[in-house]
Design a protein around this ligand. Structure first.
Ligand code: RFL
Ligand code: PHB
Length: 401
């Protein structure tokens, strides 16, 4: 026996995209059910993003979940680039006329969203197995799933595919209706989280002969560090000591002296990929966040892009229900894709600037050196980086279309 129910929007995935969308829809009085394959604890155990653009911060405020983020998040005015033993500060604030980013972990953000959803008694099904999306090319889409051995079916108006890169929604679109653009880099980031004070007050992006490294943080007492490793590397091969030793080898003397090491709370390897699916809409199925695109984490853009997708999708759905207009939904894919490609470009460029790839020919190294030297000596070049890092304004490029 299959239990049947109905809602307006089924949201597949309870990562940041799905939960923010659920929050925005609920504020507008639109019913939604969120289906998540994993447990809530599993979702919170994934250590990912740490840097939020103002556009993302504003959206979380709009969603009504910004209180702890503002209390505990760290406002950053700039970051450092370390190359050939020298540090160069990108003064984002000065270069962009006062813009900043907020350092606040994706885990904490997800926790705030989960708590808001449960406080408002909004329906979320964790451990929903075999989620499948049906009939989204017609007027009456359906979503089926299983939970605790029972089968369920939800009739709905729209499906939001917020189920990440490996989700079921994009995979359910007929081949030929979707064009995928992909670049896989031959490296990954080995990340370590520790309850130690960060080595510096600001993030440090490092280009060293041994490869890229990043010094980041979650708070004044919790650090997040990354080192570039070959894609074939396994996390089991890395003891905490091996990680700290490798990180030290990539830092300058000041960094080595100031680094406080300690036992890891988490260690994992993330692959680096640039990926875009076009379009992001198939009938009544919409893809948002990592389900539709991936950036290498170097530019800290993934979660921020997810936030803009969700902002556009929520406003399109609200327009549909409140104003009986589908203009927003019809414009959704194009609107998102323009912003996505700009972030893809920046993330790819910043990755190529800061990483070393095995087998790179000598001219690649020379060109990278020339580019870094230019960046260290030109205010115009630094401003370009700052403007992209803090996030281009939502209306960027609209007038030239
Ligand atoms: P998520 O977070 O992957 O969530 C998708 C959810 O869908 C569930 N799911 C399913 N549920 C039901 N049925 C199915 N068949 C399902 N298949 C999957 C999954 O279990 C999951 O819970 O996607 P979402 O919500 O779009 O969020 C995207 C962000 O997580 C991602 O873009 C960022 O983490 C990227 N990222 C960063 N972004 C930033 O903006 N700033 C950063 O500083 C930053 N740092 C990072 C990052 C990503 C990293 N990794 C690990 C790739 C640093 C790293 C190391
Ligand atoms: C992080 O803190 O996890 C982080 C920060 C900046 C990035 C990527 C990841 O570019």
């Amino acid at each position: 026996m299959t239990s049947r129910t109905r809602t307006q929007v089924v949201i597949v995935g309870a990562g940041p995209s799905g939960l923010v969308l659920g929050q925005l829809l609920s504020k507008a009085g639109i019913d939604a059910i969120v289906l998540e394959r994993q447990t809530g604890e599993h979702v919170l155990g994934r250590i990912r993003a740490g840097v939020l653009e103002q556009v993302c911060v504003d959206l979380l405020d709009e969603a009504g979940v910004g209180e702890r983020m503002h209390r505990e998040g760290l406002v950053h005015d700039g970051f450092e680039l370390l190359w050939q033993g020298k540090r160069h500060r990108i003064d984002m604030n000065a270069l962009t006329g006062g813009k900043t980013v907020l350092v606040y972990g994706q885990t904490e953000l997800t926790r705030d969203l989960m708590e808001a959803r449960s406080a408002a008694d909004l329906p979320t099904v964790y451990e929903a197995k075999n989620v499948a999306v049906h009939d989204f090319d017609g007027k009456s889409p359906r979503v089926t799933y299983e939970k605790d051995g029972k089968s369920y079916e939800i009739d709905c108006d729209f499906i939001a595919g917020c189920d990440g890169f490996h989700g079921v929604c994009r995979a359910s679109v007929p081949q030929g209706a979707i064009q995928e653009y992909e670049k896989v880099y031959p490296v990954g980031w080995l990340g370590l989280l520790a309850d130690t004070p960060p080595v510096s007050e600001e993030l440090i992006y490092v280009n060293s002969p041994r490869g890229f490294a990043l010094c980041s943080m979650r708070s004044h007492t919790r650090s997040r560090y990354y080192v570039q490793v070959p894609l074939t590397e396994k996390v089991e091969n890395w003891s905490d000591d091996a990680f700290w030793d490798e990180l030290k080898l990539r830092l300058d003397e000041k960094g080595r002296d100031g680094l406080v090491t300690g036992p890891s709370l988490e260690k994992s390897i993330a692959p680096l990929r640039s990926f875009v699916a076009e379009p992001l809409r198939f009938g009544r199925l919409f893809l948002a966040g990592d389900a539709g695109h991936i950036v290498p984490p170097t530019g800290a853009k993934g979660l921020n892009l997810a936030a803009t997708d969700v902002k556009y999708l929520a406003s399109g759905l609200i327009e549909h229900y409140q104003d009986k207009s589908d203009d927003g939904l019809d414009a959704y894919s194009d609107r998102c894709l323009r912003r996505i490609w700009r972030a893809e470009r920046f993330s790819w460029w910043f990755t190529m600037l800061t990483h070393r790839f095995e087998g790179d020919d000598p001219i690649t190294e020379k060109l990278q050196n020339a580019e870094l030297e230019y960046l260290f000596n030109s205010e115009a070049a630094a401003r370009t980086v700052a403007e992209n890092y803090v996030g281009l304004p939502l209306e960027f490029g609209e007038e030239t279309r």
